[in-house]
Structures are given as structure tokens and as C-alpha cells.
Design a protein around this ligand. Structure first.
Ligand code: MLT
Length: 244
């Protein structure tokens, strides 16, 4: 089973995903938010690239069936129901709703990897269930880190490392790319202190400066949202719902 880690979505060539799984990671905060919404019972999440795309899609839904969600440059979007804080996505707000969701980097990364065999949402909050899902399939896998504005983001690479570290306990014949080796090494050497490792990283500091420490704490809590989210035909649902 071959594992590649891509530091940014732009570093993934179209052919690289053929017949592979793609694991999309934007731990701070888009994939953590999507997983929080899924575990709290939303019907589905539809990732969009542009704000206008979200507004246009909303015209296809009854008023109470959807929520407008997301951020631009960390801040919530005027007129939207929810920002990109996973802590806002509680069951009383999201249960059975369709979430029309756009973020600066995360939703672009998700939409970029549609050619993969299966597209899986990943964060520190669902590391174990993602590793177990991949181990069951034993398919070659590309970890696609969302990064920030086209730049490598350490938090995403370390999350890939966390999944790879779990996978190496379950699968014997792993073949790691160089960045996969680095990701696993960094994760293992953090010795569980993700905050210590990441506190000087760019996006961590930007979120702290906006007073979003509680969001960071949630996003870096191992297995806080143990759910597998799959992006298929433009929609993210839980694996369970996909199989219904
Ligand atoms: C993004 O998609 O760029 C991020 O999730 C930004 C954020 O922290 O809101």
C-alpha cells in the first residue's frame, strides 16, 4: 500500500490520484468543522469554492432545509448562518440540514481531488477511524493537505503523520513517499504535544490572534469526532449514510 503526502493541493497532478484514495486535510479548521457537523447529524455538507456559488445553490432548497456556512480569511461571511468554527456546529443547529459551505482553502482542496477513487475528510479529530477505514481497503492513498494560500501548513502535514502512524500499526506493507516519512516522524516526535509543535506555525498564530484558542483546542483533540466523511458526487456525507 503506497502512501503519498502532498503539501498543497497544487502539488497534486491530475494523474496522481487515479485509482487512489484521497485523504483531504485542513485541520485548522475546515475539515474539523465538516466532521463536527457530520457527527452532530447534519444531512450533508456541500463544499463550494465561491461565496456566490453558495448563494446560488441555496435557491434550490426550502428555507429551513439549509444553512449558509463558512469563512473568508478566518472571519465569518456577512449574512451567513455559521462561520468556520467547529464549535458552532452543534446538533440543535445542524441536525438534518444541508450545509452549503465555503472556506478560503479547505473547500478548494476538496473540490480539487474529485478524480480520486474515494475522497475522505480527515482531521486530528477523526484520525483513528480514517486509519481503520484505509487499513480495511488497503488502497494506495494520497494525503492532500489544504495548506494556507498555496503554502505548506505544518498542522495538515502532522495530521497526515498521525494517520500514517496508526496505519503502520495495522498494515505491514506500507511504502511511504519522502514527505510521508517526514510527516510520520514529526507526529511521532511530538509525543502527543501537538500544541507545543504547532504554536509557532502560521495559521495557529493567526487563529490565536483572532481569539480562537477554543477552536484550536477542539481541532487538535484526538478523535473528538470519530466519523468517516466521504465526498462523492459533489456532496459530503458520513460513510454510514453513503452505504444506506
Ligand atoms: C480554510 O479553509 O482556509 C481554513 O479552514 C481557514 C480557517 O481557519 O477558517
Amino acid at each position: 500500500m503506497k502512501l503519498n503526502v502532498y503539501a498543497t493541493p497544487d502539488s497534486v497532478s491530475d494523474k496522481a490520484l487515479k485509482d487512489k484514495n484521497a485523504v483531504v486535510i485542513d485541520v485548522l479548521r475546515a475539515t474539523s468543522t465538516i466532521l463536527a457537523a457530520l457527527i452532530n447529524g447534519c444531512r450533508e455538507v456541500i463544499p463550494a469554492i465561491e461565496i456566490e456559488e453558495v448563494i446560488n445553490m441555496s435557491k434550490n432548497y426550502e428555507k429551513d432545509a439549509y444553512l449558509l456556512c463558512g469563512e473568508r480569511n478566518i472571519d465569518g461571511i456577512d449574512g451567513f448562518h455559521l462561520s468556520n468554527s467547529p464549535l458552532e456546529y452543534t446538533a440543535d443547529k445542524v441536525l438534518d440540514k444541508t450545509l452549503l459551505f465555503t472556506t478560503t482553502n479547505g473547500t478548494k482542496a476538496i473540490r480539487k481531488v474529485v478524480d480520486a477513487r474515494e475522497v475522505i475528510m480527515c482531521s486530528i479529530t477523526n484520525v483513528d477511524v480514517v486509519a481503520e477505514h484505509l487499513a480495511r481497503q488497503k488502497r494506495d492513498t494520497a494525503f492532500v493537505c489544504a495548506g494556507t494560500d498555496g503554502q505548506f501548513s505544518m498542522d495538515d502535514v502532522i495530521t497526515a503523520g498521525a494517520v500514517i502512524s496508526r496505519l503502520s500499526e495495522m498494515v505491514d506493507d506500507l511504502e511511504l513517499s519522502d514527505l510521508a516519512v517526514v510527516a510520520e516522524f514529526l507526529y511521532r516526535n511530538s509525543k502527543g504535544n501537538l500544541h507545543g509543535l504547532l504554536e509557532n506555525s502560521t495559521h495557529y498564530k493567526r487563529l490565536m490572534a483572532k481569539g480562537l484558542k477554543a477552536d484550536i483546542d477542539y481541532c487538535l483533540t484526538l478523535n473528538a469526532a470519530p466519523v468517516v466523511g466521504i465526498f462523492k458526487d459533489g456532496v459530503i456525507r458520513t460513510l454510514e449514510k453513503m452505504q444506506e
